[in-house]
Each structure stands twice: as structure tokens, then as C-alpha cells.
Ligand binder design. Structure first.
Ligand code: SF4
Length: 64
């Protein structure tokens, strides 16, 4: 799975980093970025799906 955050949509709510801290990090203003590139280890895919579903502005997109 690949994941990305659309910085034009992210509102900095931080839910993604709470649900999948191994994948998302927040910058000093609270906006999210993907840690370590776009590829998600299989063990973290469920957490990424939960984060994508929880992002209220649909800034997180995935592809398989
Ligand atoms: S949950 Fe969505 S809006 Fe909130 S920080 Fe993550 S990507 Fe941005």
C-alpha cells in the first residue's frame, strides 16, 4: 500500500498521527506528512486505513 497526504486539504487536526504514529508525523504547525516515504508496511495498513477514514477533510489517500 502507498499513502499520501494532500497538504492543500490537511487542516492539522492530528488524528492521523494519533492513530498511526509510525506512519504520520506532524510538523510544528500540526500539519501531517508521511514518514519514511509513501510505502506502508503490511502490519501498518489497517492503522493507515483507520487514519484515512478518520481524517475529516479526506486529506489522506491510499493506493494498493
Ligand atoms: S487527520 Fe487529516 S487533517 Fe488531520 S493532520 Fe491528518 S491529514 Fe491533516
Amino acid at each position: 500500500m502507498k499513502v499520501k497526504v494532500d497538504p492543500t486539504k490537511c487542516e492539522g487536526f492530528g488524528i492521523c498521527a494519533e492513530l498511526a504514529p509510525q506512519v504520520f508525523e506532524l510538523d510544528e504547525w500540526g500539519y501531517a506528512a508521511v514518514l519514511g516515504g509513501r510505502d506502508v508496511p503490511a502490519a501498518l495498513e489497517d492503522a493507515v486505513r483507520r487514519a484515512a477514514g478518520a481524517c475529516s477533510v479526506a486529506a489522506i489517500s491510499t493506493e494498493t
